[in-house]
Design a binder for this molecule. Sequence first.
Ligand code: F6R
Ligand code: ZN
Length: 197
Amino acid sequence: MQNQPFSLMIPYPGFRPSHVDNHIVRHLSDLEGQFSNQDAYKQMLEKKDVVLYEVYEIKRPEIAGEILMGISIVHPGKVGDEFFMTKGHFHTILDTAEMYYCLHGEGFMVMETPEGESAVEPLAPGKVLYVPPRWAHRSVCSSRQEDLVTFFAYPANAGHNYGTIEDKGIRKIIIERDKGIEIKDSPHFNEKPISNE
Ligand code: F6R
Ligand code: ZN
């Protein structure tokens, strides 16, 4: 791994970085138990295990002092009324922040602390979002046709804790009904994991 300064391009309109070390592709089946309408989830999964989002990572040593960065692309779509979203996580080292810069699309960052505070920030091209230490974060794409594309950067030693949200869910959900887009309390937060049977 080079220890000289380096640069890369994030070309418009594809947004795939010119240098990528790791391409993560997450499917519907990776978010089992996370969408509130489980019947809609099952029906959709029976038809196709669609791709919900992709992450292009630029690797660095996962040690204090380094920064990890990359591009996150959440595709448009819904499970029932609920928009496609990322798994969401706390950082394993809770006291680590993250910054996002929205490059394309429309969406929201749903955030919460272990103490129960929550926040939902709309994302649109040009917006920089600072996720402070201790705040879990999940990206949601609320566009009908466009990907939500964000650039992110965070301390390389942060690590990811997915288990808390997998087990408990997250407090706020983003749905679309006749009235338009709504931010709602999740009906399943803090329950045992929703069975897929
Ligand atoms: C890294 C980070 C983002 C997410 C990406 C996918 O700390 O927050 O790079 O990893 O948006 O989301 P998750 O990791 O929740 O599947
Ligand atoms: Zn993160």
